[in-house]
Design a protein around this ligand. Structure first.
Ligand code: R7I
Ligand code: MG
Ligand code: MG
Ligand code: MG
Length: 350
């Protein structure tokens, strides 16, 4: 019998994988109500027998590299992680990577990893990438630091800097890492308060997004502003509220960290209650299907929602055939188990 954390670690890893695999056919799709019916049928099919396995994309590939590096080095070793990202990209370049990040891989390889932080700093004329690529792969950091909040922030930020140096890119990864860590510490059978979940994130983000000018402008604390919207949307009543249009308009469904990480957190929390058009009693499936039904960056928002939801519910709540429809699911399970062994041996988790 698996321990509670073993189930949760597996749940989060398979959350990354199932969200990515099931979401990728809908990436860049505009999901209308007709398409949402198609999605309901598709998820029903995914709970049935497996005839064809779905390939994962860059979201899972990079998550796998982060996990493998942490397990091998028992620490966050940026040079090793950079080499793993690059090797994985050159072995399988067609996993749907962001168009900007490929330049980072080329420069890292071309410079023989001389300064692993330099290529990311040069992205977008020196501004750095604000894509969600650092957030989509951060789950293993939450597990590596599952019992230490300060270490979580430090490592979530550090791993981002290999590819994303824009504050939006980095803080998105920190926020996603926090949400997963919070989920890891909620018992799956516990009735938890979704508003308190957001309030805890808001309290933590205050110290990440420091309003140095004291002007209380949204641009100084953009994630804080989005989390406040998440709270308001969660307070709306009724199975068909808020509407998809409203969620997409306010929270977003694109490749930027700012308009995808708070969306994933919202999807996970909203799915605690029934959602019209999603017919399932399983809250994990509901979260995933809802996230993907927003369209846009569906693989990544699905994957990030899955990571948070899986960390809460654990692997037992993920429908087994959904797992078996995804490429390399056994390998992702094994990575979760190995990472738990390592995490339990670390001083800072005691
Ligand atoms: O963030 P990243 O790894 O991309 C992740 C996304 C996920 O949806 C994956 O599933 C995959 O499809 O890609 O890769 P980046 O290339 O760093 O960022 C993604 C995109 O965001 C870039 O290709 C740009 O289009 C855009 N972007 C920016 N555009 C203008 N200015 C990111 N930062 C900037 C910017 O500063
Ligand atoms: Mg992808
Ligand atoms: Mg893509
Ligand atoms: Mg994507």
């Amino acid at each position: 019998d698996l321990s509670l954390f073993a189930k949760k670690f597996r749940g989060s890893f398979l959350g990354v994988l199932t969200g990515d695999c099931l979401g990728s056919p809908y990436e860049n799709e505009k999901l209308t109500s007709g398409m949402r019916l198609v999605l309901q049928k598709s998820f029903d099919t995914m709970e049935g027998p497996v005839y064809k396995v779905i390939q994962y994309t860059d979201d899972s590939a990079m998550t796998k590299s982060v996990a493998e590096s942490l397990i091998e080095k028992k620490d966050l070793d940026l040079k090793d992680l950079a080499m793993k990202f690059v090797k994985s990209y050159y072995l399988e370049p067609n996993r749907g990577y962001g168009s900007g990040v490929v330049t980072v891989f080329q420069k890292l390889r071309g410079s023989k990893f001389a300064d692993v932080l330099l290529p990311a700093k040069e992205q977008f004329n020196g501004g750095g990438s604000f894509g969600n690529g650092a957030a989509m792969r951060v789950a293993p950091i939450s597990m590596f630091c599952y019992n230490n909040y300060d270490k979580l922030i430090e490592l979530a930020q550090k791993q981002s800097l290999l590819t994303h140096t824009h504050k939006i890119g980095v803080d998105g990864a920190i926020l996603q890492a926090m949400a997963i860590q919070q989920s890891l510490h909620i018992h799956p059978e516990e009735q938890f308060n979704v508003i308190e979940f957001v309030d805890q994130l808001l309290n933590k983000m205050k110290f990440v997004e420091i309003d140095e000018e004291g002007l209380d402008l949204i641009e100084a604390q953009p994630y804080t502003a989005q989390l406040k919207l998440v709270k308001n949307l969660l307070l709306e009543e009724g199975d068909d509220n808020p509407t998809h249009q409203k969620v997409i308009k306010l929270l977003g469904n694109d490749i930027s960290g700012l308009r995808s990480v708070p969306t994933a957190i919202f999807c996970f929390l909203r799915a605690q209650k029934p959602i019209s058009g999603i017919n399932t009693d399983n809250p994990y499936r509901r979260a995933l299907q809802y996230a993907i039904s927003l369209g846009g960056d569906a693989d990544t928002i699905g994957s990030m929602t899955g990571a948070i939801a899986g960390a809460l519910y654990g692997i037992d709540k993920i429908p087994p055939n959904i797992i078996h429809h995804c490429e390399a699911s056994d390998e992702f399970c094994q990575l979760a188990d190995n990472l738990l062994d390592i995490a339990n041996g670390l001083q800072w988790n005691l």
